[in-house]
Design a binder for this molecule. Structure first.
Ligand code: ZN
Length: 259
């Protein structure tokens, strides 16, 4: 049975999800290059369809039970501009600025701005306090931290993906690291993997699990028992990592400016 809940085919336009379940659970949108998955809730007592953005996590659409999937998709796609506008105005709870704390590979680092220094971003330590140092003008601090973390995320994910792909003898055609709203990773049937750069904030065993999960999809295009057995073989820390993501994952979306 196919259960491609988190699969997206193609980068642009509509994304059709093949799934064995009758009801739509998620609607994937591409808002100016940012993948946004809208969670679908059916409610017996809902009289109208409403779209809202919780302070943490993905947007939610609530619809009456009788509404068709097609009508629901039309509704959500019809509100894409509204969603893009709202999401762009959301201010992060913890912006990247001098003195702020940001987890890097699961360890809290303090952002330390060095206006006079050359370079972009580097890790350091001050009396046992890990530092994330950033050079340049103040107005670019957030951007430089985000870019630096994206580079680190890419390097760590590449290392994990290469290792896991070799273990299952599969080829990865491309690897992207980007801003996502609700997906930690995704995988197309052509072998293109993409990941959330925010995984660099999680402990390394979590990032490695997400890499293993997507690589396992190159073999098993579903979430069957066989898929989970393979994922656990690649990443024995799978149960622990899943727990971590469930409990701590949403929090990572409140840190920094993204973009
Ligand atoms: Zn999956």
């Amino acid at each position: 049975m196919l259960f491609f809940q988190r699969y997206r085919f193609g980068r642009f336009g509509l994304r059709w999800n093949l799934r064995a379940t009758p009801a739509l659970r998620e609607i994937d949108l591409d808002l100016d290059g940012t993948a946004v998955a809208v969670t679908v809730r059916r409610h017996a007592r809902a009289r109208r369809t409403t779209l809202r953005i919780p302070s943490m996590g993905a947007p939610v659409v609530t619809a009456p039970v009788g509404m068709s999937d097609a009508a629901l998709e039309r509704f959500v796609r019809g509100h894409a501009d509204w969603l893009a506008d709202k999401l762009s105005r959301q201010t992060p709870a913890r912006p990247f600025e001098d003195g702020a704390f940001v987890p890097v590979r699961g360890v809290e680092h303090r952002i330390d701005h060095h206006p006079g220094r050359r370079g972009t971003m580097w890790l350091d330590e001050d009396d046992g306090q890990p530092l994330l140092c950033v050079a340049g003008e103040e107005q670019y601090v957030a951007r430089r931290v985000t870019d630096g973390l994206k580079r680190m995320a890419r390097a760590d994910l590449e290392a994990s993906v290469v290792r896991h792909a070799a273990a299952v003898n599969r080829t990865v055609t491309s690897l992207k690291v980007k801003e996502t709203r609700s997906q930690w990773g995704s995988c197309t049937n052509k072998g293109a993997l993409s990941f959330s750069w925010r995984l660099i904030m999680a402990p390394p065993f979590v990032l490695d699990y997400v890499a293993a999960h997507e690589v396992a999809h190159l073999v098993e295009h579903n979430h069957s028992d066989r898929f989970w057995r393979l994922t656990e073989k690649l990443a024995p820390q799978t149960p622990e990592a899943c727990r971590w993501l469930k409990q701590q994952g949403p929090h990572l979306f409140t840190i920094g400016t993204g973009g």
